[in-house]
Ligand binder design. Structure first.
Ligand SMILES: NC(=O)c1ccc[n+]([C@@H]2O[C@H](COP(=O)([O-])OP(=O)(O)OC[C@H]3O[C@@H](n4cnc5c(N)ncnc54)[C@H](O)[C@@H]3O)[C@@H](O)[C@H]2O)c1
Length: 452
């Protein structure tokens, strides 16, 4: 489970275990080679593999605690089973002092901080709260690529005059089940929020509601809009287009957006809803920006550099490089689908015409496509929720492939991460906190409250 911390565990410092690691023996196995090869920046120090063999129960328990700690604190921790060893063998992040030190921020403090910066930039209180909600939810769900660290680029766009902080989205009802929102070049968050709110209202009466949003900007993580529908007991589709980053399959020109396809359905009350939110690329471009911010390498299969060569350097990937579509023509096909439904249909930019959130040259002109569907159209709500529960248990209870500890439902890892971060706070590295405080300095607002 590379890159996924195990949620729901107690937080402990990484450093306290460093000395204990030296008690364990070195194992130059295939897992170590695989990990160090994939994440050279993280595994700059020696990698240790902990062999969980026929040893005393106390040692097993110690190893389990260490593994849990590593899973929480090292973003690239992995566990694997050895194919040529009857005992489970764990690969442990061998950073030996190179692990990033995280600073934690309470989600309510993060929300207030974002609101204060936005209000100081001319955004209304209501819209500032909606933008902050979308960004902080991304951080809570572990989607840091689309969290509050996006703020400096958004504020730079306001200062450059290409994003209107005072714009209010306007709504036009087209048919009883179809509406259009014009974001008027304001933030994408309030426009998408209004769009989904309207779609939900239409679906309550007519079973379905469809909203097209035009002249918008980046709306961050799609899952927060899917969640808006899930919280109202609705199924949903949430599409957007975005600035060119991907070639069409077979091409080398940046043409299509890394435009996420997202959808959701409510489960039983209090259980795990279905929330799928995925970019059509191998990884979201925001993850490359995050690696750049944190001084980390990226896996070699995410992007090409300007010369068309695979690269593990986020700077080279962003500087004239392209993202790689997931599953070749299928990924680029999904990116085209997002452009058809969000760009062509809405009247917004399309075919490479959208301006990205890090580009200060002109308005984004992003399009979104939002659909809400009432789940009890063909059966009672209770029956629908119970069928979703059956699907959930069937999926997570299915037979596991070798080396997999647990099967998750789409959106489940993010929900478990959110539950953990609501209690423990959101982890940031110092450079990210500094970048946010620099904005606070410019706008003369308070610094972000942190705890170690
Ligand atoms: N607004 C924009 O223009 C824009 C553009 C690109 C990406 N994004 C956002 O970037 C975020 C990250 O996208 P991504 O494609 O890198 O996401 P990802 O690869 O981390 O996850 C994609 C989906 O797979 C599921 N998933 C991941 N690991 C799983 C596992 N082990 N078992 C079961 N399900 C699992 C997740 O729940 C998620 O629904 C998304 O929130 C997306 O909305 C936004």
């Amino acid at each position: 489970m590379v890159g996924q911390p195990v949620p729901g565990m107690a937080s402990k410092g990484f450093g306290r275990w460093k000395k204990l690691w030296w008690l364990l023996y070195w194992y130059p196995g295939f897992v170590a080679r695989n990990l160090t090869h994939r994440f050279p920046a993280i595994f700059s120090g020696p990698t240790i593999l902990v062999k969980r063999g026929p040893c005393a129960t106390a040692v097993h328990s110690l190893l389990d605690t260490m593994i849990t700690t590593c899973q929480e604190t090292c973003p690239f921790f992995t566990t694997q089973l050895s194919s040529h060893n009857p005992c489970p063998v764990y690969g442990v992040a061998g950073t030996m002092g190179g692990a990033p030190e995280y600073i934690h921020v309470n989600h309510k403090d993060a929300q207030l901080f974002v609101v204060s910066l936005l209000i100081a930039s001319g955004v209304s209180l209501q819209n500032a709260e909606t933008v902050a909600l979308g960004l902080v939810q991304a951080d809570l769900r572990g989607v840091e690529s689309h969290g509050i660290n996006r703020l400096p680029s958004y504020l730079a766009r306001i200062r450059s005059g290409v994003l209107n902080p005072k714009a209010e989205p306007t709504l036009t009802q087209v048919t009883p089940v179809v509406a259009q929102v014009d974001a008027n070049n304001g933030f994408g968050f309030p426009a998408a929020h209004l769009g989904m709110k309207t779609a939900i209202e239409m679906a309550k009466t007519f079973g379905i509601g469809m909203v097209s949003v035009k002249h918008s900007n980046h709306f961050g993580m799609s899952a927060w809009i899917v969640k808006q529908a899930v919280d109202a007991g609705m199924m949903s589709l949430v599409f957007t287009n975005s600035s060119p980053a991907l070639p069409a399959w077979g091409g080398k020109e940046k043409l299509l957006g890394v435009s996420p396809i997202a959808c959701g359905a409510p489960g039983r009350e209090g259980s795990i809803p279905f929330i799928l939110d995925m970019a059509p690329s191998v990884a979201a471009r925001g993850k490359i920006h995050k690696a750049k911010r944190r001084g980390e390498k990226i896996p070699g299969d995410w992007a090409l550099d300007a010369e068309g060569r695979p690269t593990d350097d986020p700077v080279k990937a962003l500087d004239g490089g392209v993202m790689l579509p997931m599953s070749g023509p299928k990924g680029s096909g999904l990116a085209i689908m997002m452009d058809v439904f969000s760009g062509v249909l809405s009247g917004s930019a399309f075919a490479g015409g959208v301006t990205g959130p890090y580009d200060m040259s002109k308005p984004g002109d992003v399009g979104h496509f939002l659909v809400a569907i009432k789940p009890d159209l063909f059966m009672s709500m209770d029956e629908f929720r119970s069928r979703m529960e059956t699907l959930y248990h069937r999926v997570i209870g299915s037979e596991k492939m070798e080396g997999v500890e647990r099967i998750y439902f789409p959106g489940e890892i993010e929900l478990l991460t959110e539950r953990k971060r609501l209690v423990e706070g959101i982890p940031f590295v110092q450079a990210e906190i500094d970048a946010l405080n620099k904005e606070a300095e410019i706008l003369k607002t308070g610094r972000i409250p942190v705890s170690l």
